[in-house]
Design a protein around this ligand. Structure first.
Ligand code: HEM
Length: 169
């Protein structure tokens, strides 16, 4: 085959490959935020979850957690911050930000004073799982959410050595 014709074949192949690449983003998976149905759905699940957590007797056996849960003024704000965190974590708008009141800290900086144990972390994960089922979240999205939460264990559990290999630094 003549060099000219081989070159034009090559250019055609590159053009075809580029066209495929341009259409790739439409094939990619939507963000978890989109698949969960956005802020309103996330806020509903957080609302339910936090109500359960505040009255969980095993968690309230930890005095530091009980102190937060006994403060009636902490609940509404906590729901806002947790909703913002989940929105951002799942690929929605970046609305979990630090403010001058010390809210919006990283997961590592917002939990050490609570001396959270693996058992308490597990209780939270179980409450999350229960909430996801109660709100009919599909299995695939549940597995992604649970994987994301689990990856924070080693920065949140400070009451004892985390049982998992460090994921977050
Ligand atoms: C991956 C799991 C977790 C996530 C995503 C998460 C998320 C958050 C967020 C977003 C805040 C607000 C931080 C701020 O405004 O600066 C927060 C604070 C808090 N978290 Fe967690 N958390 C997790 C695990 C836990 C666990 C396991 C417990 C207890 C067993 C817990 C108890 C608390 C409490 C009591 C506060 C309020 C602290 C205070 O106001 O002094 N969290 N968490």
């Amino acid at each position: 085959m003549a060099l000219k014709s081989r070159l034009s074949n090559l250019l055609l192949s590159i053009a075809a490959a580029s066209a495929m690449l341009v259409s790739l983003p439409t094939l990619a998976e939507d963000s978890l935020y989109t698949r969960l149905g956005g802020t309103y759905n996330i806020a509903s699940t957080v609302d339910h979850l936090v109500d359960k957590i505040y009255v969980n007797r095993a968690l309230n056996a930890n005095p530091a957690l009980k102190a937060v849960h006994d403060n009636v003024d902490s609940k509404a704000g906590f729901k806002v911050m947790l909703t913002n965190w989940v929105v951002q974590e799942t690929g929605g708008p970046k609305i979990y930000v630090r403010d001058e009141f010390g809210r919006g800290k990283s997961m590592k900086d917002s939990h050490p004073h609570l001396n959270i144990t693996n058992r308490e972390f597990n209780i939270i994960l179980i409450e999350c799982l229960h909430t996801f089922y109660a709100f009919n979240v599909p299995a695939y999205e549940i597995s992604q959410l649970m994987g994301s939460l689990e990856s924070y264990r080693n920065v949140i559990v400070t009451g004892e050595k985390p049982v998992s290999e460090p994921v977050r630094k």
